[in-house]
Design a protein around this ligand. Structure first.
Ligand SMILES: Cc1cc2nc3c(=O)[nH]c(=O)nc-3n(C[C@H](O)[C@H](O)[C@H](O)COP(=O)(O)OP(=O)(O)OC[C@H]3O[C@@H](n4cnc5c(N)ncnc54)[C@H](O)[C@@H]3O)c2cc1C
Length: 446
């Protein structure tokens, strides 16, 4: 294969142990003398957030890789992504926090309101809550661009192979042979590698090969419309806002870019119960009339949501889909990572975060032991942890707070919140969410 091998010197490892293994200051294993990681070549299938992050961590560990992406070219598709402190800490190991900080908004608060706009709870987030790492809200396209630029700068311009749609992988004793099709469906020459990592997202073809009887994605009975609007700051301009419940239509609103004139690029989502799932394509455009009627007479005082939507540069529709967790991601020399391994509802702010944490973990494993064992060790480390997040994103995301209050008040305004839900119960829901996602203050600052 052409183009293998790092083109730039490695960052100097900071610690070296008695076996000759060297570590970064955060404890990531860079190289081990127990075997030669430089003989390993990794094929990364999918150049999304998880695939690009994997390439960067592998490169940092001096492991060769190539990325194969089905799209012809990358466009700034998508809307906002929240990267909480646990994900930013991981990006810190790649030296990318400053770059993300420059294009993102650092929220100070996470706020929970009922559909009347009454505040139920708000909590500080990121550094404002005492984390050593920020929480950033960022446009997915901006995050993707930063990762792609870093891959091209550090690994070289030829390492990403566009227009390569994965069709099949065949394993033998020494490695894997990967089969590809071009965007017209014509076969491309197969390529080889020591191991392969399926980072091909929610509709993963790699996963389909190893879990052929899984069937369709699971639809949660909720449709989402998402968009972004250049708009004046809402509330303090530093809040991730969740408002309303499924019965009345839930809103998620947060800024993800600051502009010099004081306006912001604001991400907004609407989640509404629905009998029928639309196609789960990230670029499927949506129709404002399908949801905006709910908000025409909204009593929320702190935002004119219909006006916010009228400023949207685009509207996307996406169903709330995931898959039941599986008990296996690793099959010999192939593993799954990110959405391919654990597609989850995009409502706990963990889809991108967990794919970055996977990337860090898989690279650390591959750097530390022979490749086939490494993929097993990666699964061992991550599968159970992330499967729990998939399930909790269905049953108990943090906005369970709002659902609980709206149910108990039967959708009416409340006079005194304490009569509806205690502070301890509210905090219990939030703490449970942080525990499950590995984002407690103690875990992140450790
Ligand atoms: C275009 C796009 C827009 C998105 N917008 C949002 C958003 O607005 N908000 C949000 O929360 N999440 C969004 N997501 C999903 C989000 O990026 C992921 O949930 C999360 O970051 C996990 O990353 P991932 O790498 O596992 O998957 P993804 O980031 O989805 O990356 C998967 C990659 O694999 C490629 N791919 C797919 N099939 C094949 C194949 N057969 N062969 C080779 N390559 C393949 C895809 O083109 C894509 O580049 C979007 C994803 C995409 C692809």
């Amino acid at each position: 294969m052409k183009g293998l091998g790092p083109r730039h010197p490695q960052p100097a490892p900071l610690f070296r142990d008695s076996l000759g293994a060297s570590y970064s200051q955060h404890g990531t294993l860079y190289t081990s003398k127990l075997f030669e990681v430089t003989d390993v070549e990794v094929a990364i299938i999918g150049g999304g957030i998880g695939g690009l992050a994997t390439a960067l961590y592998l490169h940092q560990a001096n492991i060769k890789c190539q990325i194969y992406e089905s799209a012809d070219n990358f466009t700034q598709l998508g809307v906002g992504i929240n990267l909480m402190s646990h994900a930013i800490r991981a990006l810190g190991e790649l030296g990318l926090v400053e770059a993300v900080g420059k294009v993102a908004v650092e929220p100070e608060w996470r706020c929970y309101y009922n559909h009347h706009g009454q505040l139920i709870h708000r909590e500080l987030t990121g550094r404002f809550a005492g984390y050593q790492w920020s929480h950033y809200s960022v446009h997915r396209g901006d995050l993707h661009e930063i990762l792609l630029q870093a891959v091209q700068d550090r690994l070289g311009p030829d390492v990403v192979h566009m227009g390569h749609r994965f069709t099949k992988v065949v394993e033998d004793d020494g490695g894997v042979t990967l089969h590809w099709a071009d965007p017209h469906g014509e076969p491309l020459p197969p390529t080889t590698a020591t191991i392969a990592i399926g980072c091909d997202g929610v509709n993963s073809a790699v996963r389909r090969q190893f879990h052929p009887n899984e069937g369709r994605l699971a639809f949660g009975g909720i449709n989402m419309w998402r968009g972004s609007s250049v708009y004046r700051p809402i509330l303090d301009g530093k809040s991730v806002i969740l408002a309303g419940s499924m019965k009345y239509g839930k809103l998620v609103i947060y800024p993800m870019r600051n502009y010099p004139d004081g306006r912001q690029l604001i991400n907004w989502n609407v989640e509404v119960k629905s009998e029928v799932a639309g196609p789960n394509a990230w670029n499927k455009s949506g129709n404002v009339e399908d949801f905006i009627w709910r908000y025409k007479d909204s009593s929320i005082e702190w935002v004119d949501f219909a006006d916010l939507v009228s400023h949207a540069d685009m509207v996307l529709e996406y169903p709330m889909v995931d898959r039941d967790p599986v008990d296996r991601w690793t099959f010999g020399r192939v593993t799954l990572l990110g959405d391919a391994a654990h597609p989850m509802y995009p409502r706990s702010g963990n889809g991108a975060a967990q794919s970055i944490l996977d990337a860090q973990a898989v690279a650390r494993s591959i750097a530390g032991m022979p490749p086939v064992e490494a993929l097993q060790a990666f699964q061992q480390e991550r599968l159970e942890v992330v499967n729990k997040i998939v399930v909790s994103s269905r049953t108990s995301p943090p906005d369970l707070i709002i659902e609980t209050v709206e149910q108990r008040t039967n959708g009416a305004r409340f006079e005194k919140l304490d009569d509806v839900i205690s502070k301890a119960e509210l905090q219990g829901i939030i703490d449970n969410f942080h525990r499950l996602t590995g984002s407690t203050l103690a875990a992140v600052n450790r």
